[in-house]
Design a protein around this ligand. Sequence first.
Ligand code: T4K
Length: 401
Amino acid sequence: MWPLLLHCSRGADTPCSKKGVPVTYELPTSGQRIRFQRPDLPSLNEVAPHWEAARSAHWYSNGGPVLAAFSSAIERYLGSDLHAVPVNNATSGLMVALRALCGTGRGATVLMPSYTFAATATAAVWAGFTPAFVDVSEDHWHADPAMLQEAVERETPAALLLCSTYGVAPPRATVRSWSAIAEHANIPLIVDSAAGFGSRDECGNRLGGQADAEVFSFHATKPFAIGEGGLVTTRDPDIAVELRRAANFGFHNDRIVRSGVGMNAKMDDLHAAIGLAVLDRFDEVLKRRQGYGSRLSDAFSAAGLSPQPGMSAGAVQFLPLLCKTKEQRSRLLASADRRAIELRTYFSDPLHSMPAFSRYRKTTPLPVTESLAARIACLPIYSDMSAGVLGRIEQLSTDIQ
Ligand code: T4K
């Protein structure tokens, strides 16, 4: 059911405004329907103390005081001597990373999985590169190092743009192989960890240092949610300078744009203020999301559905579960529909099957990608799920046994 109209006459004694044009908000009236995501951003009261720092400095973007405080807080949170470059969303973060590390694309090939969100390939195309797709491993759903090695030899790519699929940390050995392949080919490794801010790898380290540049999303639907926003991290101070430059029109300190044309991918201070408020409670949010993920994953294991290895240490944007067969997935989706629960099937269709991307080369057949895409079902996860909501989702598992 959509929408509920909330009329808010400015001039009336409402929280909306003091005077002027009436404002109408269209709010979803979902009734009993369980939405796939239901973001919960901080209240204005929580954001206000941070925002006041921008107001008292009269500095709202282009590296204002709140943005600087947010960058430092993120660096302290991630640790490991990482440099943090906040950006206005992960898609532009990927474009900035590609341009900072590889210059203008001129159509050069970038290897990436097809089993990812459209933004990964979109960013490469907008930055001037040509995607070529590699398969993922059925063991962990991240790019398969053996396939990658073969593809690098054949395609001589300009960069590897690999993913922490669903924001879950790839096994350390896999990341080591990716790095070795990139290093041997003398090309940069960029990792799209969009949903992975706060995820930990098998050694307990937070993601952020897996590549020459790693990219996170702070979109409203992500566990670390500020509305629109993102982050690029790197260990290398020189790369950090290039990333900041690429996100700020390409300006050097003397405000001259030299070889590399940049873009405007800056995060503003209001989003940084929201980010500081999110950071205050993020560990608690992560703990809850991981708890819901484990509970639902256990409930569905009786029906033979399996989670991605490493999920329990992830930030758990939502819960992807692999059905035994595509028929079982169809039954699950139909049952969810009947019970008014919104499920999703990310990443189906995989990119190589989408019309906009099907012209790009598959470096090999992609059987694992196709098998995952045909059987994946993603369950809702929020930061605050009631026992009632969790119970209703669990009921689906009994429908498909
Ligand atoms: N790389 C990867 C691997 C990614 O997964 C993504 C984004 C990116 C890069 C790019 O990151 P950004 O440039 O966005 O920072 C959503 C997100 O918009 C997208 O950020 C995310 N991946 C993707 C996996 O999910 P949609 O188009 O599928 O979302 P949508 O609008 O259908 O909403 C999903 C659910 O959330 C629905 O139940 C509605 C609900 N919702 C959504 C919003 C925004 C709310 O209840 N409230 C809200 O404010 O892409």
